[in-house]
Design a protein around this ligand. Structure first.
Ligand code: DGY
Length: 323
C-alpha cells in the first residue's frame, strides 16, 4: 500500500482524518475557523506536494489551479455534485475524481421536503411572528398557505434524489408526478406512476416544480425568463441542485410580481448569498445555506466513502465512486 500525502480543504467531523493517519497517510487540513475561507493560492500552496485533495463543493478546482498541482493524482470530493472541478482537465492529466453519490440521497430529498413544507405553509413568517412577539390571537386569515395534497409535481432530473423526493411526495401527499430529463427513467415510472413529459409541458402543468438535475452547460439557466413565463403564477419552486440552473434575475422579477408564488432554495448562484442580493428582499423566496446533505447519517457515510476511495487508490484497486 502507498502512503499518500493528502490535503483536506476543510475540517470534516468524525474520525476520517484520524483513520487516514492510522493508515500511515500524511495529512494537512485547512482549518477554516482559524485561517478563514480558503483561497485559490492557499489550495495551491498547501496541496503542491500532495497526491490527494479532499475537496468541498465550494472549492473552485479549475484548470488554472490544477495546472499548478502537478503531483495531484486523486481529488476526493465531499459532495455528490462536482461542477466545481474541471473534469476535462482531470481526464487529460490522469487525475482521478471521486464523489459521494447514494449516501446523501435521502438527506437531500429530506431537505427538499422541508423546503416544500416551509414554503407552502409560510413557516418562516409564522415563526418570525412568534419570535418578534407579534402573536396576538388565533388569526382566522393569518398565514394561510397552500395544501400540498393532490397537486401536480414536476420533477426536473429523475436521478437518485429526484426519484426519492418524488416517492416521498407521492406517499405523503398523493401528488401526481410528471418528470423531465434527457431520458425516460423506469424507477420513477414504476414507483410513482410518473409520466415523462417535455420541459415545456412540465413548466405549464406543474403546481410544484423541483430541480434535481446536475449542473452542466446543458442545464445552465435552464429555468430562464421564458421558462418563468410558462409557469403557473402560484408555482411552488424547489431547488436543491445548483443555483446556476436558474436565471436569478428572471426569478427575482417573477417572484416580485407574483406574490402567491413561493420558492424554497438550498442553492444560489453565488454562495454565500451576496449581502446585497435582491433575493433577500422577497418574502416569498425562502433560502437555506446549502445544507442538503447536512444530516448525521449522510455526512458520516460521505466521510466513510472518502476513506474507502482513498484506500482503494492507495492499494491500486478500482475506486468505489469514480466520476
Ligand atoms: C452535493 O453534495 O452536491 C449536494 O449539493 C448536496 O446538497
Amino acid at each position: 500500500m502507498r502512503h499518500l500525502k493528502i490535503f483536506a480543504t476543510d475540517v470534516i467531523k468524525g474520525s476520517l482524518f484520524e483513520d487516514l493517519v492510522k493508515e500511515g497517510h500524511q495529512l494537512t487540513v485547512w482549518d477554516r475557523t482559524q485561517n478563514g475561507e480558503i483561497s485559490e493560492s492557499d489550495i495551491i500552496n498547501n496541496a503542491k506536494e500532495c497526491d490527494v485533495i479532499i475537496s468541498m463543493l465550494s472549492n473552485k478546482l479549475g484548470a488554472r489551479t490544477l495546472a499548478q498541482l502537478p503531483n495531484i493524482k486523486l481529488i476526493s470530493q465531499y459532495a455528490v455534485g462536482f461542477n466545481n472541478i474541471d473534469i476535462n482537465f482531470c481526464q487529460e492529466n490522469g487525475i482521478s475524481v471521486t464523489n459521494t453519490p447514494n449516501v446523501l440521497t435521502n438527506a437531500t430529498a429530506e431537505l427538499a421536503m422541508a423546503l416544500m413544507l416551509c414554503s407552502a405553509r409560510n413557516i418562516e413568517a409564522a415563526r418570525k411572528n412568534v419570535i418578534d412577539k407579534k402573536w396576538q390571537t388565533w388569526e382566522p386569515s393569518g398565514f394561510i398557505g397552500k395544501s400540498l395534497f393532490n397537486l401536480k409535481h414536476g420533477i426536473i432530473g429523475a436521478g437518485r434524489i429526484g426519484t426519492q423526493f418524488a416517492k416521498m411526495c407521492k406517499g405523503a401527499f398523493n401528488q401526481e408526478i410528471i418528470y423531465t430529463g434527457p431520458n425516460k427513467k423506469s424507477e420513477i415510472e414504476e414507483t410513482c406512476d410518473a409520466k415523462y413529459v417535455n420541459l415545456q409541458t412540465l413548466l405549464q402543468e406543474s403546481d410544484i416544480i423541483s430541480i434535481h438535475c446536475p449542473y452542466s452547460e446543458a442545464t445552465h439557466q435552464l429555468i430562464n425568463q421564458s421558462a418563468f413565463k410558462r409557469m403557473k403564477k402560484d408555482i411552488l419552486l424547489i431547488n436543491t441542485a445548483r443555483g446556476e440552473i436558474i436565471d436569478e434575475e428572471a426569478m427575482y422579477h417573477f417572484f416580485k410580481i407574483n406574490n402567491h408564488a413561493m420558492a424554497g432554495l438550498d442553492v444560489v448562484c453565488n454562495e454565500p448569498l451576496d449581502d446585497n442580493s435582491p433575493l433577500r428582499e422577497l418574502d416569498n423566496i425562502f433560502i437555506l445555506p446549502h445544507i442538503g446533505s447536512a444530516n448525521d447519517v449522510a455526512r458520516s457515510d460521505m466521510a466513510q466513502l472518502i476513506f474507502d476511495n482513498i484506500q482503494c487508490f492507495a492499494n491500486g484497486k478500482d475506486l468505489k465512486t469514480s466520476v
